[in-house]
Write a protein that binds this ligand. Structure first.
Ligand code: GLU
Length: 284
């Protein structure tokens, strides 16, 4: 009985492998296999630890605004939700993941910047966020310069870390971790005085049950973060298709639905939907 089951399973695996070869699936190459015939899968880079944006849940499923945007876009590219394989792309890994072809595209609180555009292409923007600060509720940090001399956490490879060093508080004692959840843990246990990144991300953490009443956002708009969908440099046809999908997502109301579902619980007051191709620059 058991043996028969295994044999049947092996046959199914073999048949799958053969059919993948037969239709020339190149899933290792470009983050997706051929979409012809609808049998392929697509690999999409997201964050795994950012509540409200990209979160891997205890049951293994994924939730958040970026996840909803990615799922909508994938559908328009010809991949149903069950054909998506989400891959974690931490802030510092995003350009390399695209260059290597690990993923077809990235929707991971990924700000469009001139520096990054040297290495990857972007569709969008699909959300405008702003850098802000998160502290303990009783802290007295109310403006960027208050951070000078303070212990501050942000993430390697993020615009947030760069902005601190360049302009917001060059004399802050900046600790760079690889994820924001590590920064939040450091804030909670007193290892740092503040965490800085996009308000969208900080609001999601602050609204978690376990942090209720413990943290506060400063409410500063320290930068403009135009979230784009990253694709491999030179893949203009994918950028085009994604831009059309994003436009449609706004027009048919799905964008607002995703905003309400994911930012509502955190009381995050997001900006209205950006226009495709229109970047809100940073001052200076
Ligand atoms: N949006 C900013 C960035 O792309 C900060 C958030 C992040 O690290 O993903 O760098």
């Amino acid at each position: 009985m058991k043996l028969r089951k295994v044999t049947a399973a092996s046959a199914a695996v073999l048949a799958l492998a053969l059919s993948a070869t037969a239709c020339g699936g190149d899933s290792e190459d470009e983050g997706s296999s051929t979409s012809s015939g609808g049998g392929g899968t697509i690999k999409i880079g997201i964050k795994y630890d950012q509540p409200g944006l990209g979160l891997k849940q205890p049951d293994g499923t994924f939730a958040g605004f970026d996840v909803d945007v990615a799922t909508y876009v994938a559908k328009e590219l010809g991949y149903d939700a069950d054909k998506i394989e989400f891959v974690e792309t931490k802030s510092a890994d995003r350009e390399n993941a695209l260059a290597r072809g690990d993923v077809k595209f990235i929707a991971a609180t990924y700000s469009i910047t001139d520096e990054r555009k040297q290495k990857v292409d972007f569709a969008g923007p699909y959300l405008l966020a702003h850098q802000d600060l998160l502290t303990k509720s009783d802290a007295n940090i109310t403006k960027g310069t208050d951070l000078n001399g303070k212990k501050l956490c942000s993430v390697t490879g993020s615009t947030s870390a760069q902005n601190v060093q360049k302009s917001i508080a060059p004399k802050a004692n900046l600790k760079e971790y690889s994820t924001y959840s590590e920064c939040i843990a450091a804030l909670q246990n007193g290892a740092v005085d503040a965490v800085t990144t996009d308000d969208s991300i900080l609001a999601g953490f602050a609204a978690q049950d376990q942090y209720e009443g413990k943290f506060k956002l400063a409410g500063l708009k320290l930068s403009n973060e135009n979230y784009g969908i990253g694709v491999k440099k030179g893949d203009a046809s994918t950028v085009d298709k994604i831009n059309k999908a994003l436009e449609q997502m706004v027009d048919d109301g799905s964008w607002q639905k995703a905003v309400d579902a994911n930012f509502g619980p955190a009381n995050y007051e997001n900006e209205q939907a950006p226009k495709i191709g229109v970047i809100v620059p940073n001052a200076g």
